[in-house]
Design a protein around this ligand. Structure first.
Ligand code: APR
Length: 238
């Protein structure tokens, strides 16, 4: 019997999309085992070799077009629905992922703190638009017409994540914090569990294996997200 609101913040990482066929970064065979992030995922790399960076993101964008949400994504959308229907408190899903699988599964209160691969941004006028096609470096911005100014709307290393003010505000009043499929190696996301603990929240880690900050979680369940997340949600919604 819950005594009062159970404000909930969920943080997801690449592990939640792994079984949808999208690569993780630091597992065996992960993206950063094959590619050097410093040559592909920094503003300096883009300034130095825009075509190389665009080729990398265009390939990941093409790979994303056929990806489908999996049981973990759907279970999180179900949890959000139940929270909203029962008025059980605030619910926020913060994802480090740049795919659209949480949207496909129906998650609504969603924040992509590392941006979105299916969005292109003009660095001249700031125009942001959904774009499933490859970004051509010389293409003109559909809004301002400037050429050579389009980039993926993805947060690169050294850039500020999106929505941190909202995230920290939510973590101040959080009662339940769940980290799913993230290695806990990249800050500020890896520090969110500490903020949640400061707020007195119950903290849960659902992942394939322990990450860097697993020791501080109150509850940990390890296994594939498509099994562990639906099971955890079903138990919670008992
Ligand atoms: N089910 C659940 N968890 C899984 C699965 C799976 N099928 N497969 C892998 N994992 C877990 C791994 O155990 C690991 O803890 O997912 C995590 C993936 O970790 P990373 O590859 O480091 O991905 P992530 O934590 O999302 O990286 C954070 O780093 O490079 C940046 O911007 C990038 O958003 C990314 C950030």
């Amino acid at each position: 019997m819950s005594l009062g609101p159970e404000n909930t913040v969920i943080l997801t990482g690449a592990g939640v999309s792994a079984e949808s066929g999208l690569g993780t970064f630091r597992d065996a065979g992960g993206l950063w085992a094959k590619f050097d992030p410093m040559k592909l995922a920094t503003p300096e790399a883009f300034a130095e070799a825009p075509e190389r960076v665009l080729e990398f993101y265009n390939a990941r964008r093409a790979n994303l077009v056929d990806a489908k949400a999996n049981a973990a994504h759907f279970a999180l959308a179900e949890l959000e629905q139940a929270w909203m229907m029962a008025g059980r408190g605030n619910f926020g899903l913060v994802t480090q992922n740049i795919d659209d699988l949480h949207e496909q599964a129906g998650s609504a209160s969603l924040l992509h703190m590392h941006g979105e691969l299916l969005k292109t941004r003009c660095t001249a006028c700031g125009h942001l638009f959904t774009d499933k096609d490859p970004i051509e470096h010389s293409a003109p911005c559909p809004k301002c017409g400037e050429t050579h100014r389009l980039r993926p709307h993805v947060v690169w290393f050294g850039e500020m994540p999106i929505g941190l003010d909202h995230i920290y505000k939510a973590l101040e009043q959080v009662d339940l914090f769940i980290a799913i499929g993230t290695s806990g190696t990249v800050y500020p996301a890896a520090g969110f569990v500490q903020e949640a603990r400061r707020a007195g929240a119950w903290t849960v880690e659902l992942s394939l294996e322990p990450g860097e900050v697993s020791a501080v979680f109150d509850e940990t369940v390890y296994g594939p997200a498509t099994e562990v997340v639906p099971e955890w949600v079903a138990k919670k919604l008992g």
